[in-house]
Design a protein around this ligand. Structure first.
Ligand code: ADP
Length: 256
């Protein structure tokens, strides 16, 4: 482990590239820093390399060039299982275990870490509370007994259970109906103000990026970084305040 200071980014991509075996260059040469406690949204058209970028951070995809550091440590030299225990991962299709209760789902990583039962119970209850689910009633249910929005909350609770410093979120709220999505976004913002994780959040919804992101990274094909700015600046500003804005409305032009 390399030494870090408070000023070092929590996540650092240095000249990162990914060429898939079929020759597709998903990401050509990407350099990007995410400071600790920042929520960075990645937006851009379908196929521009957002998901590949995210999956290289927790080594679900291995880069073919460059380096990725998490808390100063080169992920290529970190055991993937150990790495993923420090990086919560929330995806659109949730990935809850259907045969396990909500309680058991949220307790997955703490169980793997060998926590004792009382500590797991207390942590799971706290996490369910945090995401707005009543531990007593919801903890005993199975995923199919929950709404889509509730399942997504369980996914967030599970990702936070072992208190990882980093969260990767890949279109976590996209499959949820607009009203529930709006509530989830608001609650996630409230939550993030409390827990201040370093979050990389992929979305095709620019409104969502503007609402949630401390900064927005706009990608174009090949994982090229078009711009990276706070939402109030040019990337996300509507045309009335920024005639030169490449994004003409609150929606991401080329996005899915
Ligand atoms: P995004 O998340 O922005 O939609 P992806 O990172 O999923 O983009 O994909 C970037 C590019 O890499 C696309 O052209 C996609 O088709 C390609 N790609 C993704 N996964 C694979 C794979 N396993 N094998 C080959 N090409 C892939």
């Amino acid at each position: 482990m390399e030494s870090t200071t408070a000023a070092d980014p929590m996540i650092s991509l240095r000249g990162v590239g990914k060429r898939y075996p079929d020759g597709t260059v998903a990401v050509a040469d990407l350099s990007l820093d995410v400071p600790a406690g920042e929520l960075l949204c990645l937006v851009g058209p379908s196929g521009c390399g957002k998901t590949t970028t995210m999956k290289m951070i927790n080594r679900l995809v291995e880069p073919t060039s460059g380096h990725i550091l998490v808390a100063g440590e080169d992920v290529a030299r970190t055991d993937p299982v150990r790495l993923r225990r420090r990086i919560g991962y929330v995806i659109q299709q949730i990935g809850l275990f259907p045969h396990l209760t909500v309680h058991a789902n949220v307790g997955t990583v703490p169980r793997m870490l060998g926590w004792d039962r009382a500590r797991i119970r207390a942590r799971v209850d706290a996490m369910l509370d945090l995401v707005g689910l009543d531990p007593a009633t919801m903890g005993r249910r199975y995923p199919h007994e929950l709404s889509g929005g509730q399942q997504q909350r369980v996914g967030v609770a599970r990702a936070l259970a072992a208190d990882p410093p980093v969260l990767l979120m890949d279109e976590p709220f996209s499959a949820i109906d607009p009203i529930a999505r709006d509530r989830l976004q608001a609650e996630f913002l409230r939550l993030q103000r409390e827990i201040r994780k370093t979050v990389v959040f992929v979305t095709h919804d620019l409104d969502e990026a503007i609402r949630l992101g401390d900064r927005i990274a706009v990608f174009r094909q090949g994982g090229h970084l078009e711009q990276i700015d706070p939402p109030a600046s040019s990337a996300a500003r509507p045309p009335t305040s920024s005639p030169a804005s490449p994004v003409p409305t609150g929606r991401c032009g080329g996005c899915r």
